[in-house]
Design a protein around this ligand. Structure first.
Ligand code: SR1
Ligand code: MG
Length: 403
């Protein structure tokens, strides 16, 4: 884009000033608050106000690596358009988009300062009683309502074109499905895991399953998926939830979003082991149980809403075939297991890690949590095809923990 330039805080304020969002002559303040892997994020508000707006601007490279990793600016379009689709299906569950500028690859959107990143809430061992129902519903609605089961076939194909996102998909193909399973330059891991990681690199059974999961990610254009639904892409209060950051959105397998969420809840579960020196054993176990119960509740809420929507809204003539919806849901669960496993492994071995584990300063304590994550991740991948219900996943996590 010829008129693209990365904003600084002053320019971000001037930009928003011209949009008529704030009254004329407002006294604005701005902070760059981006702490993710990819983008600039500016928080702009009137000096005395509590909230204002967010400008999220894509950089032409991955922020986490630097200019040596060029990255498409089209991800800003994908994100703003996915937010609009998600808003139609789940009003109030994504930030409102106020303005999108293709030239500057930026979106001006609702300020969510009242919310916190779910990952931070989990790290503080907070319980969110409404979370499972809310995210289960978000998943069921955004996935089923963008699929062939509900959409007119031509509209679905047009949406696949609209959300063609090859460069962002390539990041996932490399960082989730390829690099962590051999001695790739992008990998970085705790040196105390050397032995475990080498075993993973030599595990043919695991790599065979991962090859099949990658193939599914590459070829199964089932629904408009968020594409990066980890606990850093969800913001919460005690009673509200917003899903943010769909810049990896594309037409892919439904189980990838469900699996991403399971993986990140399980990474929180595994991290409890590394933090346990500093807290009572009882508190750690209670929170682990809470996390497993949350996974079960998410799935139940997802399945319930998915079945109800299927009944009410399926337009695909074959949707009423006896046993089809049951089989469809079972395949999502099995895919979710496999994808969750890959996503756990990549967060320990690959380029981009998670704060749940990284915040454990002592390398030996961290390695305990990471080993548990590697153990659960491998089992989810290997046993994915044999999972029959959600308790198979939570029992597997418990079993690996007790081994
Ligand atoms: C270079 S981007 C690394 C990771 O950050 C994002 O959140 C995605 O998960 C991606 O794989
Ligand atoms: Mg993100």
């Amino acid at each position: 884009m010829s008129n693209y330039y990365p904003l600084n805080s002053q320019q971000a304020m001037e930009y928003v000033g011209k949009l008529g969002i704030f009254p004329d002559h407002s006294s604005l303040v701005c902070r760059e608050i981006g702490d993710g892997n990819l983008n600039l994020v500016f928080h702009i508000k009137e000096k005395s106000a509590a909230t204002g707006v967010i400008i999220k601007q894509a950089l032409p490279y991955a922020r986490v690596v630097g200019e040596s990793w060029p990255l498409t600016l089209d991800r800003a379009r994908i994100e703003s358009e996915a937010l609009i689709v998600h808003h139609c299906m789940c009003p109030g569950m994504v930030p409102k988009v106020y303005h999108y500028d293709p030239g500057l690859a930026l979106t001006v959107m609702e300020d969510l300062s009242t919310h916190i990143i779910l990952r931070k809430g989990l790290m503080a061992r907070t319980a969110y009683p409404l979370f499972a129902k809310q995210i289960g519903s978000f998943l069921a609605r955004t996935l089923l309502l963008t699929s062939d089961i509900v959409l007119d076939p031509l509209e679905k194909k047009n949406r696949m074109i609209q959300f063609s996102n090859p460069e962002m998909c390539k990041i996932t193909e490399d960082l989730v499905f390829t690099d962590p399973y051999y001695d790739a330059e992008t990998n970085r891991f705790n040196p105390l895991l050397d032995e475990e990681v080498k075993k993973i690199w030599g595990n043919d059974k695991l790599k065979y399953q991962i090859a099949k999961l990658k193939e599914k990610f590459l070829t199964h254009s089932q629904a408009l998926i968020h594409g990066d639904l980890h606990t850093g892409s969800i913001m919460v209060t005690g009673n509200d939830l917003k899903v943010i950051d769909p810049e990896f959105a594309f037409y892919g397998p439904m189980g990838f979003d469900v699996g991403a969420l399971f993986a990140n809840l399980l990474l929180s579960y595994a991290s409890q082991v590394g933090h346990s020196l500093s807290v009572e054993e009882r508190k750690r176990k209670d929170y682990q149980n809470y996390l497993l119960n949350t996974i079960e509740q998410v799935w139940l809420a997802f399945e319930q809403e998915f079945r109800a929507l299927w009944k009410e809204q399926a337009k695909e003539p074959t949707a009423a075939a006896k046993g089809y919806v049951d089989d469809y849901i079972m395949r999502i669960l099995q895919d979710a297991s496999g994808f969750a496993g890959c996503k756990m492994l990549r967060r320990v071995i690959g380029l981009a890690h998670v704060e749940d584990l990284e915040s454990i300063e002592d390398l030996e304590s961290r390695a305990k949590g990471e080993k548990l994550a590697l153990g659960i991740g491998q089992q989810l991948v290997i046993k994915g095809d044999r999972i029959q219900n959600i308790k198979d996943i939570t029992s597997l996590a418990k079993k690996v923990s007790s081994d």
